[in-house]
Design a protein around this ligand. Sequence first.
Ligand code: AMP
Length: 127
Amino acid sequence: MPVNATLPYDDQNIFARILRGELPCSKVYEDDWALAFHDINPQAPVHILVIPKAPFVSWDDFSARGSDAQIAGFIRAVGTVAREQGLVEPGYRLLANTGPDSLQEVPHFHVHICAGKVLGRMIVSPD
Ligand code: AMP
């Protein structure tokens, strides 16, 4: 069910539970600001999710309420993951679904890092 990005944070969402260690993940990186793990249903040969450790619903929520330190720490973590995974030279795509039209499913802000092949053009419409 797509997320309404204006809803309050639900601390029972699946990524909150991963952050608390209640559910497993295939971790690729962690620091004070972010956790990165493999997407359970990869859409590309490399498909990693990076999530902030603090509770934000969406990109909209994070960009509005995140502190400068949280935002800087998270952005740096995304870049670090991509570098450590060797994605810079071949290239990669960042994606952050936000709200119903994007079909965001998990109401904890996350950035998708997709890579590992030529990814094609930006948007594939369901129409
Ligand atoms: P979004 O549609 O942007 O909210 O993306 C949510 C992503 O989370 C999807 O690509 C799912 O495959 C992924 N996902 C859901 N549950 C898990 C999980 N337990 N571990 C890793 N990825 C997950």
